[in-house]
Every structure is written in C-alpha cells, then in structure tokens.
Design a binder for this molecule. Structure first.
Ligand code: SF4
Length: 238
C-alpha cells in the first residue's frame, strides 16, 4: 500500500480492514491550495473525461493508483482534525466514477468531524461533471449532497480564470450547506493575481498541488531546468 498521509511517514504496508474501498491516486496533507485553510487532500484514481490540458493525466487510468479502505482514509482525516485541519478536499481523477465509495467516505468523514468536535471542518468535492449532468443523475446528486461545497465542470484550457481554486472560467463553486455558504461564500468571485500553488516533495517526486494557469507548468519546468533540475516524467503532458 502506498498512501502518503502527510509526506513524513512515507510508505506504510498496513493491511486494510474490510469495508468500502476507494481507488486512490494519492493522499496528501496539509494541502493549502485546494480550498480554505489546511486540508487533507484525496485524489481519486480514474477519469474518463479526458479534458485537453489536464494536469493530472496520471489519474485517468482506473487501473492505476491503489485501493484504499475508506476506514483508513477516515483515520487520516481524524489525525488531520487533531492537527487542526480545516477541511477535506476530494479531487481527482473523477470522484463520481466511484459514487458508492465516495458516499461512504463523505458520510464517515462527516461522522468523524462531529465525533471529534470539529463540525467546523468542511467537505469539498471537485467533479468534472457539468451541473446538468449532475442534475440528471439522482445518484450523483445524492452523493454530492453530502459535501459542504462542490466545484463542478470540465477543465477548459481555452477559458483561463483568476477565480480561486478553479482551473477554468466555466467551473462553478457551489456551496451546498450552511457551513459551505459561510466558508465558501466570500470566495465565490474572489480572484488571485497569481494561482495558489503548493509544492510538496515526497519520495523523490515533486507534487504541485493547486490549479495552475495555462503555460505555468511549462514555465516552471523551464525555470527549474535553468537551475539544473529536470523531470524524468511529468503528469501534465501526454
Ligand atoms: S481536468 Fe479533471 S475532469 Fe478533466 S480529465 Fe483531468 S481529472 Fe478528469
């Protein structure tokens, strides 16, 4: 099992207990560039939407990544809450490709935040599904109804935006609960001069967390190359 819980403990071969399982690309914390505050970030594995310009191509193949018990993810969430994390962000990949496990994760994360006296910690889910696609699917609607806020819509490389936490101007940030409205309401139209990116280095891999604008990853690559740092492979080019 290869779950990086916070980049400090690295690989820990722990057998998973029975129960719902999520196919996961990676887990990182604290994540500071995908939602407000310090967060646990879960990137699911598998996405059939194939947006041009996607920076997470490594998450497309549903056979990639690892099976991780929801119960184990919730233990990481509990630890994050104890460390003062402000929320959980589920991204991908496409979370709605795994609706049953996603619902189990959100339900368990909700129960855990209440049990830990952290009802203020929010649940945010990214999906590439458009609002009309979600509305046409009772299952997707029910699953996303468990989140405090969702960010919806395909990534469109030709529609850059300065809106925080969104990759293209068409994507919508939608608060869904009173907590979501309190926490995300002030950010619905908030823009940033520069994207809020976070760089994490774990096990020899550089993780760029956040939503870069078109051309910025290539510029970063050129800048690092000028300093003698080159990538053997990256996830934002075919
Ligand atoms: S941007 Fe998101 S929805 Fe689009 S292909 Fe990449 S992972 Fe899938």
């Amino acid at each position: 099992m290869d779950v990086r819980d916070d980049g400090r403990t690295g690989v820990r071969p722990v057998p998973d207990p029975p129960g719902p399982v999520l196919r996961v690309s990676q887990v990182l914390g604290p994540v500071t560039a995908l939602g407000p505050g310090r967060r646990l970030g879960v990137w699911v594995q598998g996405c059939p939407l194939a947006c041009a310009g996607c920076m997470s191509r490594q998450t497309w193949d549903p056979r990639g990544g690892h099976d991780v018990a929801v119960e184990r993810l919730v233990r990481l969430w509990r630890r994050g809450l104890a460390e003062g994390y402000d929320g959980l962000t589920v991204s991908g990949g496409e979370p709605l490709e795994q609706p049953t496990a996603l619902a189990a994760l959100l339900d368990a994360a909700d129960r855990m935040r209440l049990a830990e006296g952290r009802a203020d910690a929010d649940l945010l889910v990214y999906t590439g599904w458009e609002d009309a696609e979600i509305a046409a699917s009772p299952e997707a609607t029910a699953v996303l109804g468990r989140a405090d806020a969702v960010i919806t819509g395909r990534y469109r490389v030709g529609e850059p935006t300065a809106l925080v936490w969104r990759g293209s101007a068409n994507q919508r940030l939608i608060p869904r609960t009173p907590l979501g409205r309190r926490r995300y309401g002030p950010h619905l139209r908030r823009t940033a001069d520069r994207p809020e990116l976070q760089v994490r280095v774990t096990d020899g891999a550089v993780h760029i967390v956040g939503v870069p604008r078109p051309g910025e990853l290539s510029a970063l690559e050129r800048d690092l190359a000028a300093r003698g740092v080159t990538f053997r492979e990256n996830t934002w080019r075919p």
